[in-house]
Structures are given as structure tokens and as C-alpha cells.
Design a protein around this ligand. Structure first.
Ligand code: NOJ
Length: 747
């Protein structure tokens, strides 16, 4: 029954699959008419390039013959212009001369590396994220890429999951804005421009909810959680015009997403009217055999093509199985035509039929890279991604540790990340050796800031995953000589990323012991934490007076860290994800539902929703992030306290910079729907505004609470609004609410 429904939905979209110029629509239909079944299936087949090696293609038993005979529609992760050109030339020797798509995992830039996506999310600067995405597209589109496997828009509540670094954190509202911004950034004004690349929303869907944070693991969730938490960023990406969607490795409620007609046909291509095409994840078609969902490759091809997967990444299962499935009448040729039409439409939209080499331009690539304006944007983004978690006045001093004076007499620089180039770049940065000389270390970034009279002492102390404490003595010795210590600690660049889940997300190796040894010297410490995920560092968070979360910031990390340490940039980042106190507290996230026993305080038994051995709140809450200045919130005003359906409430407040330096604050608006037909979260981010204020300056901030902000999805995936009371909470973080109000939506 479900399949029948899916097919009806599918056929109704045949005619509208392409958003093409009329002349290209005619060309496409003419081309489709000339194609043999083998050529059509060829368009649905994608091979893997060779990121590191000289051979252009990595796929086992790949033959150039496949290209010359139209049996390949796309290749991913091809290394460099030369290989890309070679493969395109081969494809153009085919009978119908259909050009290839070249896909790539440009997660946070190609040559110029931006902060990892999770770090960028901490900037809450949607416009700047669109800008960095644009720059990544400008660079990559000259090096042959016309298709990004990005943005990764998976929500997650589990920092053990290695792929938390690729996304925007835990919040569906923030995640949706970021998803749309990145799609727009990659695709630019329109596909067809020479520096626009196709965006892919991935991984569809619910991949970030893998049980235990173990990659590729099972997902079981209610429909209301799927619709309210995990799907919104995908919907936002589709609405922003994402050209393709990639499915995921997980099962969702017992069905591999690759075989999910519900996700791909009913929701994506049906309800959302998505006109692009769906690509499998790498090998996810064949993975269904291991899942135990199908018994063989033919079953895998049948299940995935029926469910709406238009292109098979790497498996060659479509290539090998679809001809027979069509011949046997198991797969209607209309399904194949629909998939091919969607793929070809994108090739036309990109302009590949008019100029198959438009994205393969050595000259343009050389001009695009090392662009000073782009580097400045990267540095701005790196500065904005840094989160000041803590900044206390150390014992015996009168002001907070940060910002540091450029005239400090002696600074001890300690830790495995101080001198590193590689660790700043993070996972998904395979092309970095291209030009490593341009990447300055944190040491150099600091050196560039301090006065001539400042002495910098350096001791590594330990390696990232060291078991040896042999370097401690030297670290302690220099800490004793210094006025302040900067310790740079954290993960190695490949400890977060695909297939990089960790059961223990504390500092690896002996790093915590090193922090304790240095702390014992009494010299104030500023800690930089470099990681691809929220780490657990309870002891350090309680003892070290100043902590900057620096994630993996990319090419310009050293410079941006220098800017923040010495006050040339006042930190403004806010956490896009909750930081737990211990691994045992995971999953922990701010927008949870209320239990029937909301916490009173930790000591009241039977009202304790946490653990008897741990405080119930997280270490650092969603939205948290300090500044070198302070902001006061006052004068909350609301336009109405009772509204009718379809009406909005206007809320205004005043924010004043009460400190001594200019700064940027992200004013966050949360709502709570008090009573509903399904229990709603204790608070949900619904809007935020950034204000930049000079010392003493005040600004009125206005929020418009529009009807869509009151709506939620029911179990059937229907967006509904129910009358009743709504709480308004406005503050500097999800756990730092400064102003409250409420209003009623009349029935
Ligand atoms: C597998 C990953 O899950 C996906 O995100 C990526 O795009 C593909 N490999 C291609 O590299």
C-alpha cells in the first residue's frame, strides 16, 4: 500500500522534476529518448576517485571503458585538475557525450580551511557562514568540483559520535538556519554560474541519533521527534534549493534509510516536492545485505531504487543489477527515467552540456586560492567561532585573566597543540599538504601579538595521546618562571570525524595530569581546547581560571587565537551544543521534554531527573559563551498578552554593554508551549539577534513571534498549532535567562 502511494507521488512529479530553461528541457527530453537502458543506468552509477594517489579512480575493477561507454554518471573525490580533466575527456568520448559530475567532501573548505562546521555554528553568524560556504565553492569550483557533499545537517545529542564535528550541533532552529545558509553559499546566485556548485543535504535522516554515539549504528525514534528535531534542517535545505540529498548508513525504526520510501519518496520528493536527486551514501545500497534487510545485490538495487535513491555511490550495484530488474519487469523503466531525468536536469542546470570543462580551470584555481579577502574572512570566522567558556579573576589578582596584555613579561606556552599545524585543521582536510607553509601555528599567532619585551617559553609537556610524563618537569619549570601560562590541549585532528566515535571524551593520554602539574605551580593558566566535539574536562573547568574553546579552526587558527587572547577580538561565540559533565550524562541537551517530576534541586529525592552522583545540569549549557564585557538585559515589553490564531506578538527589550570594551552579544529567545497534545520541550530556541555595542551603549532588540514559531509537528508529521499559554524566555544562554514573559493564544 505504502509503495503504491509512493509511486503515485512519484509519477505526479515526473513532469516537474527539472527547473530548467525551456530549451534545456527540450534538450533533456531528446537526450533521454536517445539513451539505451544501459546508458540510463550509467547515469545512476558513481565511482570513487583517488584522493591521495596518482591513479584517478580508486573503485575496484574500474575500467576506462566504463567512461567511454556511458556507464558512469559521476565520480567523487578525484584528486586535482589533471585527473578531473582526464576523466571528463573520457566521458566525452561516449556515444552521447554526457559529462560527468564531480562530487567532493568539502566539509570546511578545500585549500583555505575554515573552522570545522560545528565550530562555525558556534559563531551563530548565519551571514558569515554563507560567506565561508561561498568561498569554499569559489575555490573548489575551479579545481573541478561541481558538487559538494555538504552541508551535513544531522542534529545530534551525542558528543561521543565522531561526526558531531561535521554538523551544527543539537538545535533544529539554529541548524535549519545554518543548513539554508550553507546551501545558498555553495550554490551562489544560481546553478550555472561558474563558481556555483551543487549542495547536498546529508545524511537523510536521523543519522546523528545512532545508539550510543557509535557510528553507523541503529536509530529508533518516535515520529514526533523525527519531525520536530531531526527533519527541520533537511526541510530548510530543501527549501533553500539543495540540488541533492544523500541518505544515511543507519536504519530508522528497522528500515535502512536507503530503502526508506517514507523518507525519500513520501516526505522528500512527495510532501516537500524536492526536484533534485538522491544519492546513496558510500556503499549504503550494498550495506543493506549486511543489515539483513535484503538477501543479495539484486534485492538491494530493487529496494533502493524503489525507495527513491537515484544514484548509487561506489557499489556498482545499480550498474550490475538494474538491467535485469528492468528486463524482468520488477523495476518499471519509468523509475529509471525519473532518476535519470533528475540527474541530467542538474547537469543541464550546471551548464555542463555547454561547457563540460567549465569547472576545470587551472588559471581560475590559481587566482581563487590565497586570496587575501578570503583569508580575512576565514580569520574573522575563526575568531567568531571561539567560545569563552570561563574567565575568572585568579587568586591574588584584581581582574580576569583574559584578555592578556601584550606586554606580559613572560608567557609559558605549553601543550601538544602549540606548535602543531595539522591539529588546527581537523578532520576532512585531506588536501592540506598542498601549501602547509601558509598555515601559522598557535605559537606564531601568539608571537605576532606580544611586544618585543615579552619572553615566550615553550615546552610541549606531552604528546596528544602520550602515556609518558617525561615532559612534565620542563613544563612545570617554565610555568614557574612565567607570569601566565597558555596551555593548548585537546584532540588530534582525526579523533573526531567519520568512524571516529570515542567512548571516553576526556583529554586523551596524560594531558589532564599535565594540567594538574602545571596548575600546582600557582601561575594563572589560560587554556585553549582544540577538539572536534564537546570534551569532558570537569577538573580543568573547575580549576583553570580562563578557558577558550577553540575547536579546530582551520588555516587561520593561529592568527585568530592570537586576536582573542590579546583582546584584538572580543570573543562572541556561543555553544551550539551542550557540554556534559561526564560521559555518563550523555545524552544531555537543553530542549528536552519535561518529566512528570521536574527537578526541584539535586538533593530532593524523587524529583531528581539526573544521577545521585552528579549534578543534573550540564557543565556548559547550549547557548553559553562569555565576552570580555558584560551585557545587561532590561525593559521587556510585549505588544499583546492574548493573541488570536494567525497573529504575532512583538517583544522588545533593551541590551546595554555594562563593561569596559566593545562587544557582541547574541540575544536568545526561547519559548515554551505549556500544554499541548504531545509534551513539548521545556524550552526551544525560536529566534536570536546579534548586537554589537560600545561600552555604555544600549540598543533595543525586537523579536516578532510569528505564528510559525508556535507550531509543532504531530505524530503524523502534520504541522499544527494549539491554543494555550506560551512562556517567553530571553537571555544570554539557555541556562542564563534574564527576562521572562508569557502570552496566550486564544482557542
Ligand atoms: C561516507 C560519508 O558518510 C559521506 O558523508 C561522504 O560524503 C561519503 N563517504 C563520500 O566520501
Amino acid at each position: 500500500m505504502k509503495r503504491l502511494f509512493s509511486l503515485i507521488v512519484l509519477f505526479s512529479f515526473f513532469q516537474s522534476a527539472a527547473q530548467l530553461k525551456p530549451s534545456d528541457s527540450i534538450r533533456l527530453e531528446n537526450l533521454l529518448k536517445q539513451m539505451t537502458l544501459e546508458e540510463k543506468i550509467g547515469q545512476m552509477n558513481m565511482y570513487t576517485g583517488n584522493i591521495f594517489g596518482d591513479d584517478p579512480v580508486f573503485t575496484a575493477d574500474f575500467k576506462y571503458d566504463d567512461l567511454k561507454n556511458g556507464r558512469v554518471g559521476a565520480v567523487l573525490n578525484v584528486n586535482g585538475i589533471k585527473n578531473t580533466r582526464l576523466l571528463q575527456e573520457m566521458a566525452l568520448q561516449s556515444r552521447l557525450k554526457i559529462p560527468l559530475l564531480f562530487g567532493n567532501d568539502v566539509l570546511h573548505g578545500l585549500h583555505l580551511l575554515f573552522p570545522i562546521p560545528l565550530a562555525e555554528a558556534a559563531s551563530w553568524d548565519i551571514g558569515l557562514m554563507e560567506k565561508t560556504a561561498r568561498i569554499a565553492a569559489i575555490e573548489s569550483s575551479a579545481r573541478g568540483n561541481n558538487w559538494f557533499f555538504q552541508p551535513m545537517v544531522d542534529i545530534t545529542h551525542d558528543p561521543r559520535w565522531g561526526r558531531v564535528m561535521e554538523g551544527a550541533g543539537e538545535d533544529p532552529y539554529l541548524g535549519s538556519l545554518i543548513a539554508a545558509a550553507r546551501v545558498k553559499g555553495y550554490q551562489g546566485n544560481k546553478l550555472g554560474d561558474t563558481n556555483s556548485v551543487m549542495a547536498t543535504a546529508k545524511h537523510f535522516a536521523a543519522y546523528g541519533a545512532a545508539v550510543g554515539g557509535r557510528d553507523y549504528n541503529t536509530v529508533d525514534m518516535s515520529n514526533q521527534e523525527l519531525w520536530n528535531v531531526y527533519l527541520p534542517p533537511f526541510k530548510a535545505a530543501a527549501e533553500a534549493g539543495a540540488s541533492s540529498f544523500m541518505n544515511s548508513f543507519n536504519t530508522l525504526n528497522g528500515v535502512p534509510t536507503t530503502a526508506s520510501s517514507y523518507l525519500q519518496r513520501d516526505i522528500l520528493k512527495g510532501v516537500w516536492g524536492f526536484k533534485g536527486f538522491v544519492v546513496s551514501d558510500w556503499g549504503s545500497v550494498g550495506d543493506m545485505i549486511a543489515h539483513g534487510y535484503v538477501k543479495d545485490a539484486a534485492g538491494a538495487a530493487l529496494a533502493s531504487v524503489t525507495a527513491g535513491v537515484d544514484m548509487d555511490m561506489e557499489d556498482q550495484i545499480y550498474k550490475k543489477q538494474l538491467p535485469r530488474l528492468v528486463a524482468d519487469g520488477k523495476v518499471p523503466v519509468e523509475l529509471i527515467d525519473d532518476a535519470v531525468r533528475r540527474i541530467l536536469a542538474k547537469k543541464f542546470e550546471l551548464g555542463l552540456f555547454d561547457d563540460p570543462f567549465k569547472f576545470i580551470k587551472e588559471e581560475r584555481w590559481q587566482k581563487a586560492i590565497n586570496n587575501p579577502a578570503h583569508i580575512a574572512t576565514a580569520r574573522e570566522m575563526a575568531g567568531k567561532s571561539i567560545v569563552l567558556l570561563k574567565n575568572e579573576v585568579p587568586k591574588g589578582r584584581t581582574s580576569p585573566v583574559l584578555p592578556l596584555s601584550k606586554n606580559v613579561k613572560t608567557i609559558a606556552l605549553i601543550g601538544p597543540h602549540i606548535m602543531s599545524v595539522r591539529e588546527n585543521l581537523g578532520f576532512w582536510s585531506p588536501w592540506w599538504p598542498d601549501d602547509s607553509a601558509r598555515i601559522i601555528t598557535q605559537y606564531q599567532g601568539i608571537k605576532n601579538k606580544v611586544s618585543r619585551g615579552t619572553t615566550l617559553l615553550y615546552a610541549k609537556g606531552c604528546e596528544v595521546s602520550d602515556t609518558s610524563t617525561a615532559g612534565f618537569a620542563e613544563a612545570v619549570r617554565i610555568a614557574r618562571q612565567a607570569d601566565v601560562v597558555i596551555m593548548s590541549m585537546g584532540e588530534q585532528y582525526d579523533m573526531s570525524g567519520e568512524s571516529r566515535s570515542r567512548s571516553d571524551i576526556t583529554f586523551p593520554g596524560v594531558q589532564e595530569a599535565l594540567i594538574k602539574a602545571v596548575y600546582a605551580t600557582g601561575t594563572p593558566i589560560v587554556m585553549l581546547i582544540n577538539a572536534g566535539r564537546p570534551l569532558v574536562f570537569d577538573w580543568a573547568a573547575d580549576h583553570v581560571p580562563a578557558i577558550l574553546y577553540t575547536w579546530w579552526l582551520g588555516t587561520t587558527a593561529g592568527g585568530a587565537i592570537g586576536d582573542v587572547l590579546f583582546g584584538d577580538y572580543n570573543p562572541s561565540g556561543k555553544l551550539p551544543i551542550t557540554f556534559p559533565r561526564s560521559v555518563g550524562q550523555i545524552p544531555i541537551f537543553y530542549n528536552h521534554l519535561s518529566t512528570g517530576k521536574p527537578p526541584k534541586n539535586d538533593s530532593v529525592a524523587y524529583y531528581r531527573t539526573g544521577y545521585i552522583d552528579l549534578m543534573q545540569n550540564p557543565k556548559f549549557a547550549f547557548g553559553h559563551g562569555l565576552s570580555y564585557t558584560t551585557f545587561e538585559y532590561s525593559s521587556l515589553k510585549m505588544s499583546d498578552s492574548i493573541i488570536k490564531s494567525g497573529e504575532s506578538v512583538r517583544v522588545s527589550l533593551s541590551v546595554t554593554n555594562t563593561g569596559k570594551v566593545s562587544g557582541e552579544e547574541t540575544v536568545q529567545l526561547y519559548l515554551r508551549d505549556r500544554v499541548a497534545s504531545i509534551v513539548r520541550p521545556v524550552k526551544e530556541l525560536k529566534d536570536f539577534k546579534k548586537v554589537v555595542l560600545k561600552p555604555g551603549e544600549a540598543q533595543t532588540v525586537i523579536f516578532e513571534i510569528t505564528p510559525d514559531k508556535l507550531a509543532f509537528y504531530n505524530e503524523q508529521g502534520k504541522l499544527i498549532t494549539e491554543p494555550g499559554e506560551f512562556d517567553i524566555m530571553i537571555g544570554s544562554a539557555s541556562d542564563d535567562i534574564r527576562l521572562k514573559g508569557k502570552f496566550e493564544l486564544e482557542g
